[in-house]
Design a protein. Structure first.
Length: 317
C-alpha cells in the first residue's frame, strides 16, 4: 500500500538526450522557495548523452527533493507511468526537459496546493518561439473563478475555445492512481492521453492565474514540428485510435453531459488533426491509402466520433 504523500507536488521530467537544456529546467525548480515541498523525478529515458550524469549531480546536491530514475527508452508515456508509481506528491504534473517553470508562479501554485483538495488545478502557460523570441501567453477562460473550488460538471467548458493541455494541468496524484490511469508506451504524442483519460473521474477543479509552465516552441527537433509528425504519423494515428476505443468503453450513459461533450470534441478533434498532417505529405498512392484506411477504421470504431470529427473547426476542407 502506498504511504500518504510526503510532498506537496511531484514534478515528472521526461528527459531523453537533453544534456543541453535539462539544467535550465532543473534550475527553475531548485530556486523555488518551496523546494522542500517538491518531489522532482528526472526520468532518464535511455539517453545516450550526459543527461544521466547531469541528473545525478542535481540529485546529489538536492537529495531530499530530486530523484533520478534511469530506465530503458520507452518514449513519453513510459516516463509518466514510471514516475507516477513512485510519486510522493499530493499533486502531480509534467515538465518536459527542454521547457522550464516560472519559479515565482511555481511558488504560488505550491502554496495553493497545500491548502486545497480539488482534483485538477488549471494554470496559464507561456509559449516561447525559438525562431522569433516572441512570447505568447495562453490564458484562462473569462469565466474562470480564480482561486475558488468549482464543480467540474457545472463549469461552462467550451472545448472549441478552451480546454487545458498538459502545460496547464496539475492533477491530484490519488485521482490518477485510484483510477488506474496509464499511458501508452513506445510512442510519442501521449500527453493527449494524460489530459483526456482522467476526465470521467474529475469532480472539483480550481483555476490559478499563475503562468507556471514556460513552453519552448518552434524548434525543428521537437515532436510537435511538422517534420516530426510526418515521421511519426502512424504512431500518432495509433494514439488517436486508442482514444476512440477508450471513449467506446466508457459508461457514457452515466457521465454528465459536460464530460461527454468534452470527451467527444477532444477525441474527434484529434482525429481531424491527423487528416491535417496527412495532407501535409506529398500526394501519392501510399498517402491516399493511409488516409482511406484511417477514415475506414474510425468509421468502424465510432460513427459518432466520425460525424463529430467532420464538423470540427480543424477538420481540413
Amino acid at each position: 500500500m502506498l504511504n500518504r504523500p510526503s510532498k506537496t507536488l511531484t514534478i515528472s521530467i521526461a528527459a531523453y538526450n537533453m544534456e543541453r537544456l535539462l539544467p535550465r529546467a532543473l534550475d527553475s525548480l531548485v530556486e523555488s522557495n518551496y523546494l522542500s515541498d517538491l518531489d522532482i523525478i528526472i526520468v532518464n529515458d535511455g539517453s545516450t548523452d550526459s543527461t544521466a550524469h547531469i541528473g545525478q549531480s542535481y540529485e546529489q546536491r538536492y537529495p531530499s527533493s530530486i530523484r533520478l530514475l534511469d530506465k530503458e527508452n520507452g518514449n513519453y508515456g513510459s516516463t509518466i507511468n514510471a514516475s507516477l508509481k513512485i510519486a510522493r506528491g499530493k499533486y502531480y504534473r509534467l515538465l518536459d526537459a527542454d521547457d522550464w517553470y516560472n519559479t515565482k508562479s511555481l511558488d504560488s501554485l505550491v502554496s495553493f496546493l497545500k491548502n486545497t483538495t480539488v482534483d485538477l488545478v488549471i494554470t496559464p502557460y507561456v509559449q516561447h518561439n525559438e525562431q522569433t523570441d516572441e512570447q505568447t501567453r495562453f490564458s484562462l477562460p473569462d469565466w474562470a473563478n480564480i482561486g475558488k473550488e468549482l464543480l467540474y460538471d457545472q463549469c461552462p467548458f467550451n472545448p472549441e475555445r478552451f480546454y487545458p493541455p498538459m502545460h496547464m494541468s496539475t492533477f491530484k496524484t490519488a485521482l490518477l492512481r485510484d483510477n488506474n490511469i496509464t499511458i501508452t508506451e513506445g510512442s510519442a504524442y501521449t500527453d493527449f492521453e494524460f489530459i483526456i483519460k482522467p476526465i470521467p473521474f474529475i469532480e472539483q477543479i480550481a483555476f490559478l492565474d499563475e503562468p507556471v509552465y514556460q513552453y519552448r516552441w518552434g524548434a525543428s527537433d521537437q515532436s510537435v514540428s511538422i517534420s516530426s509528425w510526418q515521421r511519426n504519423i502512424e504512431k500518432g494515428m495509433g494514439i488517436t485510435l486508442g482514444m476512440v476505443d477508450y471513449y467506446n468503453h466508457l459508461d457514457l450513459a452515466h457521465l454528465p453531459p459536460m464530460k461527454r461533450n468534452v470527451l467527444l470534441y477532444e477525441i474527434s478533434s484529434s482525429v481531424a488533426e491527423k487528416f491535417t498532417y496527412l495532407l501535409s505529405f506529398k500526394p501519392n498512392r501510399k498517402t491516399r491509402f493511409v488516409m482511406k484506411n484511417f477514415e475506414k477504421t474510425v468509421h468502424e470504431k465510432s460513427d459518432v466520433i466520425w460525424e463529430r470529427c467532420i464538423t470540427t473547426s480543424n477538420f481540413p476542407t
